[in-house]
Design a protein around this ligand. Sequence first.
Ligand SMILES: C[S@@+](CC[C@H](N)C(=O)[O-])C[C@H]1O[C@@H](n2cnc3c(N)ncnc32)[C@H](O)[C@@H]1O
Length: 293
Amino acid sequence: MLTAGAMVAVVEQLFADAKLHYGHGTSNARDEAAALVFHVLGLDHGAAPANYVEPVSDQQRIEVLELSERRMQERIPLPYLLGQAWFAGMTFVVDGRVLIPRSPIAELIEARFEPWLKADRVRSIVEIGTGSACIAISCARAFPEARVVATDISAAALTVARINVAKHGAEGQVQLLETDHLDGIQGTYDLIIANPPYVPREEMAALAAEYRHEPELGLVSGADGLDSARRILQDASGLLDADGLLVLEVGAQWHALEEAFPELAFTWPEFEHGGIGVALVHAADLHGLAGCD
Ligand SMILES: C[S@@+](CC[C@H](N)C(=O)[O-])C[C@H]1O[C@@H](n2cnc3c(N)ncnc32)[C@H](O)[C@@H]1O
């Protein structure tokens, strides 16, 4: 009898031989193989050791091998093949219209941005560039008293975002808005969050094939990768509450951001589960930014 554990071992070897690129939810062949097999078998990751002895039917084996083949031949990231990604302990529907959720901001959301924010006082949140709405919806879950406005310039992405808002029953809390960054947003907010595009244009061609399945609008942002980040730093100032916090992911561009804004006091939190380059800026510091109100 073929077990889940044996099936994972077979797929792990296939993936290792194919020299795939990871980074869309897993970081190695073993975890990627387990994610695929467990999904097809409908098994719970939390109970992983016990589930390794579960039997695999012929039909399940064929499905696993077909998906593995597409993963290897077409270099499609696994979450697109499965139509689902995990973020902050929740699942989100994903397809090629949205970036695959993987931001380390998930860890900050689960900690309710403490100790950088007085979490109990958070009533209003804006997310810029929501994609699948994974950040907006997990913020709504972490801050049940807050209303969340989530923008994206991509109508296609917002179609997927709407599916996820409905899936998580967050319609009463999360408002989706098609706009450029913060254009048209009014009022003041306790928390502004953005995981905007931040890949420098010329670096796009050098990215692994897996990334070319994702929308370029979700990845590239000008020559140095910081076009979006600059807009956000300028525009967020007028919308943040006096005690508010801006959370801005720029990944590997964190050093370039520090150089571009030497007058800003960025805090760079460390992450237990990996990831870099998420800047925290307090409203008081942002208000001092040259050129801001
Ligand atoms: C890196 S993805 C992040 C998606 C999602 N928030 C996440 O963390 O998985 C960036 C998102 O910003 C959106 N975007 C790009 N340019 C934008 C703009 N000018 N205004 C608003 N959103 C924009 C893209 O469509 C994409 O959905």
